[in-house]
Every structure is written in structure tokens, then in C-alpha cells.
Design a protein around this ligand. Structure first.
Ligand code: ARG
Length: 416
């Protein structure tokens, strides 16, 4: 608590804090970077380090091993938190209701986990009396912005350390440092890719992917089957939504965490959920990322279809503007900005009436909506039908068209 009580600005970071921090909470994945960091912080800052690892649904997290490794590397405490339900309830649900896609493509899987992790880290740091949080993000990426903007909003007295921005270590130097300090080098540290994974999706960058003209090699994919290997028969699924949240799969009630796991498997098997994207990062550069998000793509598609079915034409033209702004703010690390809460108030309001069922056909890399039904749907068969029983009075259209087209007619003929 020492440094915080002195009331210094959180902008005064890193080298200024040498020997001034008694403790640091490190967001720890168990990988090479954060393991090197665990030792490096003890070394450089003379601080005790506790680690903090969040289970956000990454497969094979081996969190007990991560904890053991942290303690072996000298961590004072190694906290492990299962945040899968919180992630689903507080972040993924909103993202579904917001049809959350950045630049119309990326379901924000990495992006929405960062404010969640920051929130839990700040709580732990405060309850343990730890004055600083360290993260393993680079100085070029989005995640540094998301972590630090979130932490500052939640507790401006919290110090933030970003060792990768400071330590100026190449890959080789890092490996040498690990060897010198007897830090075990993870088996996957030879992989050319940088991977981030959680329940909502998997992000892969680096290696050959840094050439945007190259097709991603097969070894990039783990969740999505190559279309060449998908089943020859389509599979139909039915999703039921209540207030914009999926609650049933094929007629059976299911919690969101389990639903996402199930859809990841089923849609992935049919080759659905692969995104190859060049995106605009917060820091201004473009980067190429491969995403595997089978469950997100199916759920977002089904939700959007039902939302359009239950909303008026005017709502349908306005909501995408709100959704797009929401996705941009969240991508850009500003999840705790009041604007996001304002947008969410609107998003929640629209979703109050989004109940119903959506049927999808999963086949050869595509999820296609093939049916929808809802007690709140605005589709009226008697208005739409061309059969005898139609209640739509076609003779009214004549006068309607005269008035509807009036400004266009006048404008077009203004200066003939
Ligand atoms: N570009 C994505 C985002 O900013 C993912 C970032 C992490 N990607 C990774 N492969 N480590 O949300």
C-alpha cells in the first residue's frame, strides 16, 4: 500500500517505481513472456510478485500447473480465478445483444475479456493491498490500451507496469534470460504464432500470417474444420432466445457457457467460424489476424435475425449505428466510458422484446438461417400473403406512391 498512500499519479510508472513498490500483481498466463516477467519484476523493482490467472474458458488452461509454476518462480501468492460465468453473463450476453462485431467481422473475443480481467485484477489487488498491476502486453497492440484504460477508470491510484514496453529484450535475449534464471521454457515457445484464446474465440497472429497476401496454413486452425473435411450432410439446430439471450438449444435449456462450448464444437465441425481479417488497431497500424469463433458467429447471426424480425423498420435502421459505435468503443479499450453504458441502455431496451426461435442449417462452412418464429415478430401473414385472404388494400398504394415520391419528383425536376 505504501506507494499508493503517497497519492502519486498512476502515470508515474516503471523505472520511477524502482524500490518503491513492495508488491506487484502480475497477470500471469504461464507462457514465456509472463514467466520471464515474474523474475524480472522481482529483480528490477525489488518487489514481491503475486500472480493472477483468469480462466475465461481457454481450452487446456492447466491452471493448476500454471499456479505451481508461478510459485516455483518465486511468486508470493498465485491466484487463479474461474471467471467463465462472469464473462458469459456480464460481457458475452451484452455482446450478443449488441450484435458485437468490430469492422463488421471480428466478434471482439479478445477485446471483451480485457475489461473483465482488469476488473477482477483491480479487486484482487485492492483486497490484498497490492499497489501495482503488471501485464504482459506489447507496446504495439490493443491489449495494453484495454488493460490500462480499464484499470485507470476503475482505480486511478493503481500503478501499472508493462515490462515488455521497457525491457527491450529480443526473443533471443528473452530465451537467454530464461536460461540464466532457470525459468522453464514452455514447449510451445517454438510456435511461430501468438495466440489468445477464451470461450468466445481464438485469435492467432504473427509468423507467416504477417504477410496478408498469404493463405493461412492449416496449422493455424484448431477449432474450425477445413471445409474439405466437413461432413457431407447438413446439420440443423434450433436456438431459442429470451430478451435477446440464447436460453435453449434444440429445445433443451442450457447455460450460456455450455451452449458456447457445444456450438464451438458443432459449428466448428462444419467449418464455420473462420475469419481472416486485416484490422485497424487502436495505435494506428493495420494488422492481420485469424480468428476462430464458431459459436460467436452462429449466435450473432441468429440473434440479429430475430432482432430484425421483432423490430420495426426504423429500429432496424437505427440499431446498427448504436451497435457499431458500441463495438468500436469496446475494441478501442473504452469499455468503462459512460458512452458505452449509455449505448447499452438502448441495446438492453431493444432486446426486452427479442424472444423467439431461430433455426439454422450448418453446412460446408456456412450457417444459414432457415426459419424464425416469435410471439413478438412483426411479420403478418395476412398482410404479406398474395393469396385470397390478404388484408392489405393494394388500392391504397396508388395515393401512397404519389405522396412518397413527391420530394423526389420535385427535386429531380428543379432545374431542367
Ligand atoms: N486483434 C485482436 C484484438 O485486438 C486480438 C489480439 C490478441 N491476439 C493474439 N493473437 N495474441 O482484439
Amino acid at each position: 500500500m505504501k506507494a499508493r498512500e503517497e497519492g502519486k499519479s498512476s502515470l508515474e510508472i516503471d523505472s520511477d517505481l524502482k524500490n518503491k513498490l513492495d508488491q506487484v500483481l502480475l497477470m500471469y498466463s504461464g507462457g514465456l513472456d509472463t514467466s520471464v516477467m515474474l523474475t524480472w519484476i522481482q529483480d528490477q523493482y525489488g518487489a514481491q510478485v503475486s500472480t493472477f490467472t483468469v480462466d475465461v474458458g481457454q481450452r487446456e488452461a492447466h491452471l493448476d500447473k500454471v499456479k505451481k509454476k508461478a510459485l516455483e518462480l518465486g511468486a508470493e501468492n498465485a491466484f487463479v480465478v474461474d471467471a467463465k460465468d462472469k464473462f458469459a453473463d456480464e460481457y458475452i450476453k451484452t455482446s450478443i445483444k449488441a450484435n458485437g462485431l468490430y469492422q463488421d467481422s471480428y466478434p471482439l473475443s479478445t477485446a471483451i475479456a480485457r475489461p473483465l480481467m482488469s476488473e477482477i485484477a483491480v479487486d484482487y489487488a485492492n483486497s490484498e493491498g497490492i499497489p501495482a498491476i503488471a501485464h504482459g502486453s506489447t507496446g504495439k497492440g490493443n491489449d495494453q490500451v484495454r488493460f490500462e484504460a480499464s484499470i485507470k477508470a476503475l482505480d486511478d491510484s493503481m500503478r501499472v507496469l508493462a515490462p515488455i514496453r521497457k525491457w527491450d529484450m529480443s526473443r533471443e535475449k528473452e530465451l537467454a534470460y530464461a536460461e540464466e534464471n532457470e525459468i522453464p521454457i514452455p514447449v510451445d515457445s517454438g510456435s511461430p504464432y501468438s495466440i489468445d484464446e477464451n470461450l468466445w474465440g481464438r485469435s492467432v497472429e504473427c509468423g507467416i500470417l504477417e504477410d496478408p497476401s498469404e493463405e493461412p496454413p492449416e496449422d493455424v486452425h484448431e477449432l474450425v474444420n477445413p471445409v474439405e473435411e466437413t461432413p457431407e450432410e447438413p446439420e440443423y439446430i434450433e436456438l431459442e432466445f429470451e430478451e435477446g439471450v440464447p436460453i435453449k438449444l434444440n429445445g433443451e435449456e442450457i447455460g450460456l457457457v455450455d451452449l458456447i462450448k457445444e456450438l464451438t464444437q458443432v459449428a466448428g465441425k462444419h467449418g464455420i467460424g473462420l475469419i481472416d481479417m486485416v484490422e485497424d488497431r487502436i495505435v494506428g497500424l493495420k494488422s492481420r489476424e485469424i480468428y476462430e469463433t464458431p459459436a460467436a458467429l452462429v449466435l450473432l447471426k441468429a440473434h440479429k435475425e430475430l432482432e430484425k424480425y421483432c423490430s420495426t423498420r426504423h429500429e432496424n435502421s437505427f440499431k446498427p449505428l448504436v451497435d457499431q459505435k458500441w463495438a468500436e468503443m469496446v475494441y478501442q479499450g473504452l469499455a468503462f466510458d459512460p458512452l458505452v453504458q449509455d449505448l447499452e441502455a438502448y441495446i438492453e431496451k431493444v432486446n426486452e422484446k427479442i424472444h423467439g426461435k431461430v433455426r439454422l442449417k450448418l453446412f460446408k462452412g456456412k450457417a444459414t438461417v432457415v426459419g424464425r418464429s416469435s410471439e413478438n415478430g412483426l411479420y403478418s401473414h395476412s398482410l404479406a400473403t398474395y393469396d385470397e385472404e390478404s388484408t392489405f388494400d393494394q388500392s391504397s398504394s396508388e395515393g401512397f406512391i404519389d405522396i412518397w415520391s413527391l420530394p423526389t419528383k420535385v427535386g429531380f425536376n428543379r432545374e431542367k
